[in-house]
Write a protein that binds this ligand. Structure first.
Ligand code: PZK
Length: 301
């Protein structure tokens, strides 16, 4: 099985940024944000993709943007220009279902992370210091415990490939100013509250999630992908067991496989066996179905 889309190219349209799994193109103030089928694990992009992963995550982002429309404006462009549509026409097949045409935003150089549970880098920081991003937490927390209330733990964006660095709210204020910091924090909590309640109603814990915001014409918009398994930790509520790391909803088969072959986590990253690809694809679809209530992807054009 591999009809995964690993890399995109849109001819004359210039590539603005290539992330681990997403490719971004720009024509003036219109950006074409494409989710490929690449998958990363242990900080590396693997040799195999997961067919349809980019479509699943894009359509999940669309669902969330719509779900959150009364809470926050977003970067989706309602009507791409005729010029852009014409430029994209030859690449329709490549981008169908996996692209978002978005407005160019002036991005805030801060990742807005909300954590309802203590996990990942938050858990590491808590173990080392008893706090996360300068927020003191109760003593005696176990890994994956629910926090007394969600916390806002911003991070500074480091170069592509580098790890984002947790920063204090005070540092965020120094970086973008007190008013924007306060508004991004307020929005982040509001989005997390609404999304985590929805996820909970579908049997999923939204342990934590990362948002990126920008300014379009002076208005704050929610940008990037939102509330996908690539930007969020979802855990099945039914198997939640604090006191250790929770299995990854989407990537556990991948991680288990990579551990089983004792990969040293240095490049080049391995490819995946078909069985791991198929099972992982099914996990992304399961998350999509649970959260959206839809049966599957909108048919390919
Ligand atoms: C923007 N990224 C992250 C990196 C990707 C995406 N609406 C916007 N306006 C201007 N810039 C960005 C966005 C958005 N979203 C997002 N970098 C810039 C990123 C690599 C590949 F697809």
């Amino acid at each position: 099985m591999n009809d995964a889309l690993l890399t995109t190219s849109l001819g004359e349209i210039p590539l603005t940024a290539r992330g681990k799994v997403r490719d971004l193109y720009a024509i003036g103030d219109e950006l074409v944000f494409i989710a490929t089928d690449r998958i990363s694990a242990f900080d590396h992009v693997l040799g195999s993709g997961i067919p349809d992963k980019g479509k699943i995550l894009t359509q999940l982002s669309h669902f969330w943007f719509e779900f959150l429309a009364d809470t926050v404006a977003n970067h989706l462009l309602a009507e791409p220009s005729a010029k852009l549509l014409e430029l994209l026409a030859p690449f329709k097949q490549q981008i169908a279902g996996r692209s978002m045409i978005v407005k160019r935003a002036e991005m805030f150089p801060v990742e807005c992370v909300v954590r309802g549970y203590i996990s990942g880098s938050g858990w590491k920081d808590y173990l080392a210091t008893g706090s996360v991003c300068g927020i003191e937490l109760p003593t005696g927390l176990r890994e994956s415990d629910k926090l007394p209330e969600p916390i806002f733990t911003p991070a500074a964006k480091i170069n592509i490939g580098g790890h984002d660095e947790n920063i204090s709210y005070a540092t965020m204020v120094e970086t973008i100013g007190a008013q924007y910091a306060a508004e991004l924090k307020r929005l982040s909590f509001a989005i997390y509250e609404k999304a985590s309640a929805h996820a909970a109603s579908k049997g999923l814990i939204l342990a934590d999630t990362k948002f990126e915001f920008g300014l379009v014409g002076g208005q704050i918009v929610l940008a990037d992908e939102v509330l996908t398994p690539d930007s969020s930790r979802y855990w099945p509520a039914i198997s939640y067991a604090p006191g250790g790391a929770q299995p990854s909803f989407d990537k556990q088969y991948v991680r288990d496989y990579l551990e089983s072959i004792r990969w040293n986590k240095q490049a080049p990253a391995p490819s995946l066996p078909d069985e791991v690809i198929v099972k992982t694809r099914e996990k992304y679809l399961e998350a999509f179905r649970l959260l959206t209530g839809r049966d599957g992807l909108e048919v390919n054009e």
